[in-house]
Design a protein around this ligand. Structure first.
Ligand code: FSX
Ligand code: SF4
Ligand code: F3S
Length: 367
């Protein structure tokens, strides 16, 4: 088998300096959520491990995930693609297309069977033999399963690949579902979000690439370093929630003053993601910061959550506490927060119990 270059060799062959390489390793270390004492391990891996072969497939989706990925700032998506991974197949980012490109996919699968990382955006569709979602002239479900069989690690990018996405909304005419239903017993790393945060996407693929193992996952297959907190836990509007100060309409004085968006449907209290920490577009903003309630785009079945996105979730209602808070009753406000806090604690405990049973840092198959 031909020798593939390492990340360090890729830097050298592109005329980049050792200093640039080390700066890249610093960025990767922090991006992967690792402590600084892991820096030398990252450098060592980058110097010695061959660039990981990545196959990137698109199923039933809107391509927003790839659009998000190419906006990764640290590392830059271009650096990742050109110097950190060997991206062999991606309909959006590859210059080639058509039959030769599809043949290249088959050759890549054959050549690197059992070694490549498979990144997938979009759901698998199975109604009418999968013909609602065709790729390279074949049903995506068939293509995907062929490639998944030889993958060392499988990453589901976006809520569509993880859970089925918008096209799986009731009545789900195309029979769309998350990819994990079609890979047998293989562990899938779920990176939900519609789309996921760019730096989370690059961070996950680099973790698998450099360490040859999956990051620590929660019971839902999500990397804990990025999905360990609720939007609500890191929200800068949280003091308004705690003080019972809520916007009632999108254009009222409370909304203009930046009060909590809970009564306008915010799903932050039940949504796990890093939007409040990392934010989007180089830390510029995220939905709650731009005045839109979190619609829980990282949650399973968020599209069928039973209420319009601008309405409070029924499961948190009727919430007389919140309405009473709106009427200015401080005692009820405290009770309301306590009720909500208790709900959150119970949810958190359940998660912790589940996570205690999870597979910590499961080794990638074949390594
Ligand atoms: Fe889904 Fe991604 Fe939402 Fe779109 O590829 S997670 S519809 S942003 O694009 O799959
Ligand atoms: Fe922020 Fe939403 Fe929580 Fe309010 S409910 S504090 S807007 S996450
Ligand atoms: Fe999605 Fe909510 Fe973040 S809508 S982008 S999980 S703030």
């Amino acid at each position: 088998m031909e020798k593939r270059e390492t990340m360090w060799e890729a830097y050298v062959s592109r005329g980049l300096s050792r200093r640039t390489f080390l700066k890249g390793c610093v960025a990767l270390t922090s991006l992967m959520g690792l402590s600084t004492d892991m820096f030398s391990k990252v450098v060592e891996a980058a110097e010695t491990k061959p660039l990981p072969v990545v196959i990137w497939m698109h199923g039933h989706e809107c391509t927003g995930c790839d659009e998000s990925f190419i906006r990764s700032a640290s590392p830059l998506a271009s650096d990742l693609v050109l110097t950190n991974i060997a991206l062999e197949y991606d309909h959006l980012l590859s210059a080639s297309c058509g039959e030769p490109f599809e043949r290249h996919l088959e050759e890549t699968v054959r050549k690197y069977y059992g070694q490549y990382i498979l990144a997938v955006e979009g759901a698998v569709s199975t109604t009418n033999n999968g013909t609602y979602c065709m790729s390279g002239g074949k049903p995506f479900v068939d293509n995907f399963q062929n490639v998944a069989r030889g993958a060392a690690a499988i990453i589901a990018y976006g809520s569509c690949a993880a859970y089925g996405g918008v096209q799986a909304a009731k009545p789900n005419p195309t029979g769309s579902a998350g990819i994990s239903h079609y890979v047998g017993t293989k562990q899938v790393v779920n990176v939900p979000g519609c789309p996921p945060i760019p730096e989370v996407m690059t961070g996950i693929v680099m973790h698998v690439a450099l360490f040859g193992k999956l990051p620590t996952l929660d019971s839902d297959g999500r990397p804990r370093q990025f999905y360990g907190n609720r939007i609500h836990d890191t929200c800068y509007r949280r003091p308004f929630f705690d003080a019972g100060m809520f916007a009632d309409h999108f254009d009222d004085a409370g909304a203009k003053a930046g009060w909590c968006l809970y009564k306008l449907g915010c799903r932050g209290p039940e949504t796990y993601n890093s939007c409040g920490n990392l934010r989007w577009w180089q830390g510029m903003s995220y939905p709650v910061q731009s005045g839109a309630p979190c619609i829980g785009c990282s949650n399973k079945d968020f599209w069928d959550s039973g209420a319009c996105f601008s309405e409070r979730l029924p499961k948190y209602g009727p919430l007389p506490d919140v309405d009473i808070i709106g009427a200015g009753l401080a005692v009820a406000s405290a009770a309301g927060v306590a009720v909500h806090g208790a709900l959150s604690v119970v949810q958190k405990q359940k998660r912790d119990e589940e996570e205690a049973r999870e597979n910590e840092g499961k080794q990638v198959a074949g390594k």
